[in-house]
Design a protein around this ligand. Structure first.
Ligand SMILES: CC(C)(COP(=O)(O)OP(=O)(O)OC[C@H]1O[C@@H](n2cnc3c(N)ncnc32)[C@H](O)[C@@H]1OP(=O)(O)O)[C@@H](O)C(=O)NCCC(=O)NCCS
Length: 182
């Protein structure tokens, strides 16, 4: 059966394509929420440099969703150990972005489940993500069974925004090994 996308670990050769997904989806998702100056100031080259640095950090992983005919990268997830004062068995989904023309096709859910499976294999019990409070896609996390468990402030450019922590308490269920969230 033909699949509309495949998921695989990212390699160094994917950095520029991932940076393109990041910049384009930030602009299409956060226009009106973040400042135009910040969004217009983003560049694929700067993000590629940041990504190259992050890919070298121990424990930090990237998965990409690939369109199989042209091998285009159409989404990615980035995850690893928790930042801040969070117990080590709760891993963090740092970033999840799907190109706008490929959203609502099951790619985000498939990436999150793959992230959960990989984190569970590394001994994680739970998974969480920080999501901007104004993100129009917050329901995605709720749809996958995550619960909002806290808020904090985050600086983006020269402004501060509220963000919400979404927690999947049972990472095995998220990965689909048990019955899974409804
Ligand atoms: C949010 C995002 C990752 C979701 O990925 P996706 O591939 O579009 O979502 P999926 O098709 O896998 O959706 C899974 C479920 O969530 C639901 N869902 C997805 N986005 C939703 C939204 N904005 N509002 C309500 N429900 C949503 C889907 O309907 C689906 O429900 P179902 O199981 O009943 O069919 C993706 O749309 C995206 O990258 N958006 C822009 C950037 C962004 O907001 N990233 C998150 C930053 S923290």
């Amino acid at each position: 059966m033909d699949k509309s996308f495949e998921i695989r670990p990212a390699t160094g050769d994917d950095i520029f394509a991932i940076a393109g997904v990041l910049v384009d989806t930030w602009r299409s998702t956060f226009r009106g929420l973040l400042t135009d100056a910040f969004l217009d100031g983003m560049s694929r080259e700067d993000e590629a440099i940041r990504l190259a640095r992050r890919m070298g950090v121990p424990g930090v992983y990237y998965l990409v969703a690939v369109e199989p005919v042209r091998s285009d990268i159409i989404g990615f997830a980035n995850f690893g150990p928790p930042r801040g004062r969070v117990p080590a068995h709760i891993h963090e989904l740092y970033a999840l972005y799907i190109r706008s023309e490929h959203q609502r096709a099951g790619i985000g859910a498939a990436l999150v489940r793959s992230v959960a499976a990989q984190c569970a294999a590394q001994g994680a019990k739970s998974l969480f993500a920080w999501v901007l409070a104004g993100n129009p896609n917050r329901q995605f996390y709720e749809r996958l069974g995550a619960k909002a468990v806290g808020t904090s402030g985050v600086g983006v450019g020269d402004r501060s925004y509220e963000q919400v922590a979404y927690l999947w308490d049972d990472i095995e269920a998220l990965a689909g090994k048990n019955s899974g969230p409804s």
